[in-house]
Design a protein around this ligand. Structure first.
Ligand code: AR6
Length: 176
């Protein structure tokens, strides 16, 4: 059985086999978690992403972690929120599935996710948290090499939204 947890922190410091990046279709870096990962991994990451040449929304690609503690970086492209009119919920679900597929393909035991699409891409946080957690938990019902998957929340509001979903699922003791 794979353990799943919600933690507060900075994903670049995670000592895991793979961290996931909330990238854009160019894969050439940006702000938010993407910028933090590129800064921490070093310039080789940008060259590597340039060679890959891009990634579609809802899809994922994998690179080495370069200077990070993580062995791999899985870059996924979340949907830009468009009032729910352009299949954003399903595309967000696909981001988590495709990222986990790659983690399994590369034999990762430990994986850390950021809250995809809830920053610059403005996906409503409560809805995104529900999709992220339900998709991950459903995926982990399969027997895979994954031992520990974590959702790394950078700020208090994000952590509170994910905790709320975990509490509703009976996976978090009430401590407030
Ligand atoms: N560790 C964990 N989470 C973080 C970190 C970090 N170091 N830094 C920010 N977050 P965003 P998106 C959180 O905007 O909405 C970029 O420019 C942040 O607080 O990074 O998918 C890309 O290049 C928020 O909760 O990603 C794309 O153009 C979450 O990560 C675009 O932004 C996601 O916020 C992608 O937008």
């Amino acid at each position: 059985m794979t353990n799943f947890s919600v933690v507060k922190g900075n994903i670049v410091n995670m000592k895991v086999d793979a961290i996931v990046n909330a990238a854009n279709t160019s894969l050439l870096g940006g702000d938010g978690v993407d910028g933090a990962i590129h800064r921490a991994a070093g310039a080789e990451l940008l060259s590597c992403c340039r060679r890959i040449g891009g990634c579609k929304t809802g899809d994922a690609v994998i690179t080495p972690g370069f200077k990070l503690d993580a062995k791999y970086i899985i870059h996924t492209v979340g949907p830009v929120w468009n009032n729910g009119l352009t299949n954003e919920a399903e595309l967000l679900r696909q981001c988590y599935i495709k990222s986990l597929d790659l983690a399994v393909e590369y034999n990762c035991k430990t994986v850390a996710f950021p809250s995809i699409s809830t920053g610059a891409y403005r996906f409503p946080l409560a809805k995104a948290a529900e999709i992220a957690i339900n998709t991950i938990l459903e995926y982990l019902e399969q027997d895979t090499c994954l031992e520990e998957v974590s959702m790394v929340c950078f700020d208090f509001n994000t952590k509170a939204a994910y905790d709320k979903v975990m509490r509703a699922l009976g996976r978090l003791e009430d401590e407030e």
